[in-house]
Write a protein that binds this ligand. Structure first.
Ligand SMILES: CC(C)(COP(=O)(O)OP(=O)(O)OC[C@H]1O[C@@H](n2cnc3c(N)ncnc32)[C@H](O)[C@@H]1OP(=O)(O)O)[C@@H](O)C(=O)NCCC(=O)NCCS
Length: 153
C-alpha cells in the first residue's frame, strides 16, 4: 500500500514540487521518504509548505537511524528550496524527536478532521524562524493524499 501511494503521488501533478529521497546500503535501497507540496487556505501570508508522507525503512534495516537521517536530509533540502513549513501525520513519539510538534494547537487544520484520540499525530515543523503566525489555516494536500483513507477517518 505504501509503494502504491508513492507511485500515485509521483504521478500526481498536484503533488509538485516533491522531494523524494532514498537511503542505500551497498547499492540496495533500504529506505525512502517523500515530501509533497501542500497549500494553506487562505493562501495569504502563508509560506511554501510540504508534507512528509510516506516514510518507510526496510524491516531488516530499522532502528539504525536511517529513518531519522532521511527526515533530517529532507528537511535540510526543503529549507534550501525555501520551504518554511513541513507537516506530517504519524507517530508523535517518533516525529517529535525530529523537531515536529502538534499542528492543531498552532492553528493548522488537517485536510480531514483528525479523531480526538489522534490529535497529537498531526504535526508541523517550521524550517525558519517567525514562520508560525498563529493564523488559523487549513492544509490542502495533493489529490492523491487527500483521499480520506490516508487520514485516520
Ligand atoms: C517508523 C520507521 C520509518 C522508523 O525508521 P527507522 O530507521 O527504524 O528509525 P530510526 O532508526 O531513525 O529511529 C529508531 C528509534 O525510533 C523509535 N521508533 C520507531 N518507530 C517509532 C514510533 N512509531 N514511535 C516512537 N518511536 C519510534 C525506535 O524505538 C528507536 O528508538 P531508540 O533510538 O530509542 O532505540 C520504520 O520503523 C518503518 O518504516 N516502519 C514501518 C512504516 C511506518 O510505520 N511508517 C510511518 C512512520 S510514523
Amino acid at each position: 500500500m505504501v509503494a502504491t501511494l508513492v507511485d500515485d503521488l509521483l504521478a500526481d501533478p498536484t503533488a509538485l514540487p516533491y522531494l523524494s529521497l532514498v537511503a542505500t546500503v551497498r547499492d540496495r535501497i533500504v529506505g525512502h521518504v517523500l515530501f509533497t507540496a501542500v497549500t494553506l487556505q487562505p493562501r495569504t501570508e502563508h509560506a511554501p509548505a510540504s508534507i512528509l508522507a510516506p516514510l518507510a525503512v526496510h524491516p531488516d534495516f530499522q532502528n539504525r537511524r536511517i529513518g531519522g537521517m532521511l527526515i533530517a536530509e529532507g528537511l535540510n533540502r526543503l529549507r534550501e528550496r525555501g520551504v518554511r513549513l513541513v507537516f506530517v501525520l504519524g507517530g508523535p513519539g517518533y516525529y517529535q524527536r525530529h523537531g515536529f510538534s502538534p499542528a492543531g494547537k498552532l492553528g493548522y487544520a488537517a485536510p480531514h478532521p483528525i479523531p480526538p484520540e489522534y490529535t497529537d499525530a498531526w504535526m508541523v515543523q517550521a524550517l525558519s524562524p517567525g514562520t508560525v503566525r498563529h493564523t488559523p489555516a487549513r492544509v490542502q494536500c495533493a489529490r492523491t493524499l487527500a483521499d480520506p483513507k490516508h487520514w485516520l477517518a
